[in-house]
Each structure stands twice: as C-alpha cells, then as structure tokens.
Design a protein around this ligand. Structure first.
Ligand SMILES: NC(=O)c1ccc[n+]([C@@H]2O[C@H](COP(=O)([O-])OP(=O)(O)OC[C@H]3O[C@@H](n4cnc5c(N)ncnc54)[C@H](OP(=O)(O)O)[C@@H]3O)[C@@H](O)[C@H]2O)c1
Length: 327
C-alpha cells in the first residue's frame, strides 16, 4: 500500500510503499477513504511539535474509512461499517486521564491506504456525512464541541479566526442558541463567518484592541471565549471576557507576550484547558450533528497523491475551515 511519512532532512513528507497490515485480536482493518489536517500536523511534519516525532511516522490524527476485515473478538464493528478514529485512542469516557499514544505522533496516523486499529478507538460515521466530511471531526470538531459545552441561549461566545476549531465552535454555539462573535483578518472571511451565523466579526489586524470592541458589542463581554491564539491573544481575550465568564484554552497559534494575571483576577473569570474530548463526547457530538444536519465547512479537498500540496496549502492559505485529503 502507498503511504506518506514524516520525512528526514528537509522534506516535510515523503511517500513510501508498505505491506497492508493485518488486524490482531480486537483490531479492525480500515481502508482509509479520507483524512484531514490540523494545526498540529504542520508542526509535527516540520519538527516543531511538543513531542519528538521520528522520521518514518505516518502523520495525521484524523481520518475516516470502511472496515475491510475484523480481528478475533471484535464486537463493535462489522465489515462494511463506516468509521472514524478518535483523537485520544484510550479516553473512552469521564474526565481527561492523560495523553496516551496518539495517532500521527506516537503511532502511525491516517495518511495511508490501510490502518489496523483497536476497535475501541473508532466511532461510527453519521449516516448523512461523506467520508471527507467525517474526516474533519475527530480533532477540530470535538475540540470545538468541548470548548462550547454549557453555552446556550442568552450567552455570547467569541471565536478567534476562521480555522478548523473556530468554525466548528461557531456552528455548535449557533446551534445551541448563543450569540456568536468572531475575530478574523479579512472582509471576505468576515462575510463567510456572518453567513454561518456570526452576529459580528471584528478584524483583529485593523482593531488590535479587539477585546474592548467585543465588550462594547456585547454590553459587558463574551460569556465564553474560545482561545486558539494562546500567549499572543490571551491578553485581549481577558478584555473580551465577561465578568465571571470562561476562556476555553484550546491553542497557541499566536506567539506573544502572555497574560496580565492581575487583570485576569479582576475578571473573576475561569480559564479551562481543553484536550479534544472522549469517545463518548464524540458520539454525543455526532448525534447533534446528525439531528441538526450540520455540515462541516471544508475549504478544499486534495487527492491522496497531492498530500504534500495539501500541507503547503494548509500552511500558506488563504483558507477557511478544514483541509481534507481524499484517498
Ligand atoms: N487543545 C486541544 O484539544 C486542541 C485541539 C485542536 C487544535 N488545538 C490547537 O488550536 C489551535 C487552532 O487549531 P486549528 O486546527 O483550528 O487551526 P487552524 O485551522 O490552522 O486555524 C488557522 C486560523 O486561525 C486564525 N488565527 C491565527 N492567528 C490568529 C490570531 N492571532 N488571532 C485570531 N485568529 C488567528 C486565522 O483565522 P483568520 O484567517 O480568520 O484570520 C487562521 O486562518 C492550534 O493552536 C491547535 O494546535 C488544540
């Protein structure tokens, strides 16, 4: 089978031939139909991730496919079932335990034709979704679902930018009946965010003090901020959050100077860290996606053989929502 792997000496990813794996007891063999990229994948292939990833590792934590064979004792799935991988393969339910052996870093990921996977690390694809749409869900959508959890009618939620996590967070918060505000970097993206339900979009390039603008627009601040910028945006998020509100700490995309702790105290706000979600959270999210006929926002789909171009597009953009590879 053809696979892509983390390159050595300057190549981000290279292609290789490997034997098709056979499923051990408790595993299923999945013929991969689609995979998708997240911000971490770019860091991984560029050797800039927080975990050392050896050359030869197959990248991508997210993918979807069809069960082609089952190992001994498998009971959750049958041949022909449509499945997606979970980001945390051993976090099934309850509070976050700790980082396990993640796909694309500690173990081979989805940028390949076949994968043998523990049946416990898979969930069913919602009937209405294509493989390409399903491949966008395991990391970005579930992270957004966790970050938005508890928000409802009467609340205001702020998302930052128009990347994978933020667009899903906008969609879920809108579904939940909340008012959604967004920051972004162009008028064209602002229009697309409004079309998805954002009441206001603030350009963070022309309005660097966007926290104050969000307070003004909401008459006191956002009850929830989905923080994808991290160190470089937290300070503005503290300005943007309402008294007693919550900043859901998701990412660290923006380099910068950290947060002013004294201002944070005065907000009486909570900073809650997010690590994607459990398998049971994933299944609950999928029910909501199915019930509300939510469609993931896909920026562009690349054919499998153009995986390096998909990484280049993910890095350079412009893009809006998820970048997908069809296998
Ligand atoms: N903790 C977790 O469980 C978890 C899970 C998934 C992802 N993450 C992290 O969350 C972050 C987002 O991931 P992603 O996959 O959604 O990323 P992504 O798709 O690469 O997001 C890119 C978008 O982020 C926006 N952005 C970048 N810098 C910004 C800034 N300074 N202010 C506002 N917006 C900014 C831009 O939006 P515009 O183009 O509209 O300006 C950009 O297009 C990453 O750091 C990722 O590692 C964490």
């Amino acid at each position: 089978m053809r696979t892509f792997q983390v390159g050595a000496g300057g190549d981000l990813i290279t292609s290789a031939e490997r034997p098709v794996p056979s499923p051990s007891a408790g595993e299923v063999l999945v013929r991969v139909k689609a995979s998708s990229l997240n911000a971490r994948d770019l860091l991984i292939v560029a050797g800039r991730y927080s975990v050392d990833v050896p050359p030869g590792r197959v990248p991508l934590s997210d993918g979807a496919g069809v069960v082609e064979a089952v190992g001994e004792g498998v009971s959750r799935f049958r041949v022909g079932d449509r499945v997606m991988g979970t980001f945390h393969p051993t976090w099934l339910y309850g509070p976050f335990p700790e980082w396990g052996q993640l796909r694309g870093t500690h173990r081979d990921g989805w940028l390949t034709e076949y994968l043998a996977l523990d049946e416990q690390s898979l969930v069913a694809v919602p009937d209405r979704l294509s493989f390409e749409e399903a491949a966008t869900l395991p990391c970005a959508a579930l992270t957004a679902w966790s970050a938005v959890h508890g928000v409802g009618p009467g609340d205001a939620l702020l998302v930052q930018g128009s990347g994978g996590v933020s667009v899903f967070a906008l969609q879920f918060a809108h579904l939940a009946g909340a008012r959604v505000l967004a920051t972004t970097s162009s008028d064209a993206k602002a229009r697309r965010l409004s079309a998805l339900g954002a009441s206001d979009a603030v350009d963070y390039t022309s309005t660097p003090e966007w926290g104050a603008r969000v307070r003004e627009l909401t008459g006191g601040g956002a009850d929830r901020v989905v923080e994808i910028g991290g160190a470089g945006t937290l300070s503005q998020s503290i300005d943007a959050v309402a008294h007693g509100g919550q900043i859901a700490l998701v990412g660290n995309l923006a380099a910068g100077g950290g947060m002013d702790v004294s201002r944070f105290f005065r907000r009486a706000a909570t900073l809650r860290s997010i690590s994607v979600g459990s398998r049971s959270d994933f299944e609950r999210m999928n029910k909501a996606i199915d019930q509300h006929r939510l469609r993931p926002v896909i920026d562009r789909v690349f054919p499998f053989q153009e995986a390096p171009e998909a990484f280049a597009h993910f890095e350079k953009g412009p893009r809006f929502g998820k970048v997908v590879i069809t296998h």
